[in-house]
Design a protein around this ligand. Structure first.
Ligand SMILES: Nc1nc2c(ncn2[C@@H]2O[C@H](COP(=O)(O)OP(=O)(O)OP(=O)(O)O)[C@@H](O)[C@H]2O)c(=O)[nH]1
Ligand SMILES: [Mg+2]
Length: 255
């Protein structure tokens, strides 16, 4: 066998490397902290910790910048990043996108926190704008559901109940029951910080910046862009509208 055919045979066995994300679809990449239940156990306040949240927001910001996303959403230990319709990062190679997103998230979180962590990554594909809106509504509903559950669970634990007892007491209980449980212990769920109940969004905003034109020798105002961190996201149809506006702004920017 000559060297070229040996090379080709070896390359062929990199079987998944040619997988490409479908063109004309909306791509969302979601990274999730690996075994973060254990990692956060002793290091961070339960159920929510502002320092942990800041690390997640910083990780989301880095993903948005490094991978040219248009919107990032973080809740708990996960981050979803939406990309523009014509996104061509690494020629839409699935392996590249999944591995690089997980690497960026793991590297920046580890760097800032000073402790080793890693993230997994997956890709979601949406056929149209309304599916993208549904996706973010889905993750926001997850944030809200998990916040109520974990606040209820840790309220029982702080009352001295064991892990199994707290889990058993909450099993099959309604949203109203959990709200009531918190209320009796001095916590009004609706007054908890919005980022805990609805997650946090990051997107690009334009702002005017003073510059100097050396040829004309005059000051000029130029539009620059920076990342806006939204810690008080709207909900329900207002959140749908918020996402739709980000999608539309991206589409008009592509024309
Ligand atoms: N203490 C603390 N823990 C948090 C906070 N936010 C998220 N977590 C933890 O992160 C976990 C995320 O859930 P999962 O992703 O399902 O659990 P995991 O252990 O990371 O499991 P895998 O993702 O499957 O590896 C939660 O169960 C919490 O324990 C926080 O603000 N404070
Ligand atoms: Mg996790």
């Amino acid at each position: 066998m000559d060297n070229q055919s040996f090379e080709n045979r070896m390359r062929e066995l990199e079987y998944f490397h040619n997988l490409r994300l479908l063109r004309e679809t909306w791509v969302i990449v979601r990274v999730d902290g690996r075994s973060f239940s254990g990692f956060t156990e002793s290091r961070f306040e339960k159920p929510f910790d502002l320092e942990f949240h800041k690390l997640m927001v910083q990780t989301a910001q880095t993903l948005l910048e490094e991978m040219q996303g248009i919107y990032a959403y973080t809740e708990s230990d996960e981050i979803s990043v939406l990309f523009p319709l014509n996104w061509d990062f690494f020629n839409r190679s699935l392996e590249k996108i999944v591995s690089i997103s997980a690497s960026i998230a793991s590297a920046i979180f580890t760097h800032v926190a000073g402790t080793f962590v890693c993230f997994d990554s997956r890709v979601w594909l949406g056929a149209n704008e309304s599916q993208v809106v549904d996706y973010f509504r889905w993750r926001q509903a997850d944030a809200s559901h998990c916040a109520l559950n974990s606040w209820s669970y840790w309220t029982l634990r702080k009352l001295g109940k064991s892990a199994s007892r707290a889990t058993a007491e909450l099993k099959n209980q309604s949203v109203a029951f959990k709200n009531e449980l918190l209320f009796h212990n001095g916590i009004n769920f609706n007054d908890l910080p919005t980022w805990q109940r609805r997650g946090t969004g990051l997107y690009w905003e334009k702002y005017p910046k003073q510059g100097y034109n050396p040829i004309e020798k005059e000051n000029v105002l130029r539009l620059r862009r920076r990342i806006k961190i939204e810690e008080t996201l709207p909900m329900k149809e207002h959140y749908d509208q918020f996402i739709a506006e980000i999608i539309n702004a991206s589409a008009s920017g592509q024309k």
